[in-house]
Write a protein that binds this ligand. Structure first.
Ligand SMILES: Cc1cc2nc3c(=O)[nH]c(=O)nc-3n(C[C@H](O)[C@H](O)[C@H](O)COP(=O)(O)O)c2cc1C
Length: 365
């Protein structure tokens, strides 16, 4: 089957992955209302073209802190990327480097900070979960030493969302294979070859860390963060990390203003792809409310089309993050699959700009 759009890649990923892996990738929390709303909110936005402009040459590149990105796309931080391909984090980082876009490595990655830095020469961002403040400090220092350019603090996981698909599949940590799961795996020989035969992927950042607290690994595996982390801790993090700092997971403009007043460089308006608070609004819906925030706004959750990215940029975003779209590419075709998915989004952006009568993201008339 020709893979013409992100949904085609999703269907292909569904075919190739064992059920428990696909459900972990694709699912959301509770009734998955936020997952559906994220899509519905994009689909309801209309773009009104302004025509008779010369759009024979288009340029979708954007400025990001004085640097040119070829397209306003960042690969979002996602945990357990080794479930789709061996060394999934490295493959994503290499794909991003080939595309000239940033890749954000999750705290819950299966390749370590150092492995990814050694394997890629692209722009690397590190996403921080704070389970334990000492361990978080170690991670920050390691990301600094490994030349990561941005730190992304995710703040919408004081507790893990209730992922009922994972519970039904018994995909909860520590993971134990049940007969049903073994049958599922045996029905997916390509996955078994690419991933399963290497065993369960490890939380690589923990494996190489010098942490004394044995609860930290369990906390990361079950997404149990330090729920006492607050604005004062953010201030301390700002002091510790000298490069660009982003806060990810805000949905209220007042929180964004406060973060920026503490020296945060940019904000990611996100509901975690509908995987945390199921009653959260769609980020694209609340984005216009962030217009007074004096910092770049990145938006994510639900982006599946180039036109979604044009919509986000029209509503004030400086860039977007893509989570599942990149992972569908990874699951389907490894590094090349990621390059193909982002390439497809770029072609869709280009066509949408032309049909909108827009040469660039700044040339709206
Ligand atoms: C499988 C999966 C794992 C994720 N893991 C993390 C993570 O470790 N850290 C984080 O900040 N966000 C994580 N996210 C959220 C993404 O960074 C991003 O906000 C979300 O995927 C955007 O929505 P989209 O998937 O609809 O593009 C994860 C999302 C998915 C789908």
């Amino acid at each position: 089957m020709a893979l013409l759009n992100v949904e085609d890649y999703r269907q292909e990923a569904r075919r190739l992955l064992p059920r428990f892996v696909f459900d972990y990738l694709d699912g959301g929390s509770e009734d998955e209302v936020a997952v559906k709303e994220n899509r519905a909110a994009f689909e309801q936005i209309r773009l009104t073209p302004r025509l008779l402009n010369d759009v024979s040459v288009r340029d979708q590149s954007v400025d990001w802190f004085g640097r040119r990105l070829p397209t306003p796309i960042v690969i979002a931080p996602t945990g357990l990327n080794g479930l789709y391909r061996k060394d999934g984090d490295i493959l994503l980082a290499r794909a991003a480097a080939r595309l000239g876009i940033p890749f954000a490595l999750s705290t819950a990655s299966n390749n370590s900070i150092e492995q990814v830095a050694n394997a890629s020469n692209g722009d690397l961002w590190f996403q921080l979960y704070v389970m334990n403040r000492d361990f978080a400090d170690q991670l920050v220092d390691r990301a600094l030493a490994a030349s990561f350019s941005h730190l992304v603090l995710t703040v919408d996981v004081p507790m893990g969302g209730k992922r009922e698909r994972d519970e039904r599949n018994n995909f909860i940590m520590p993971f134990h294979f049940r007969p049903k799961t073994i049958a599922d795996v045996l029905c997916h020989p390509r996955w078994l070859w690419n991933v399963g035969r290497h065993g369960a992927p490890a939380m690589a950042n923990l494996a190489t860390a010098t942490i004394t607290d044995p609860n930290t690994q369990a906390a990361l595996l079950s997404r149990k963060m330090d729920a006492s982390f607050d604005w004062d801790d953010l201030k301390r993090l700002r002091d510790r990390w000298p490069r660009r700092l982003l806060v990810k997971g805000l949905l209220h403009p007042a929180d964004a203003e406060r973060a920026v007043s503490l020296g945060v460089d940019a904000v990611v308006v996100s509901n975690h792809g509908g995987r945390q608070l199921d009653a959260a609004p769609a980020p694209i819906e609340v984005l216009p409310g962030f217009s007074a925030v004096k910092a770049p706004i990145v938006v994510d959750s639900g982006i599946r089309r180039g036109s979604d990215i044009v919509k986000a940029m029209s509503l004030g975003a400086s860039a977007v993050m893509i989570g599942r779209a990149a992972l569908f590419g990874l699951a389907t075709g490894g590094e090349k699959g990621v390059v193909d998915v982002v390439g497809l989004l770029q072609v869709e952006i280009d066509r949408t700009l032309a049909l909108m009568g827009q040469r660039t993201f700044n040339s709206r008339s």
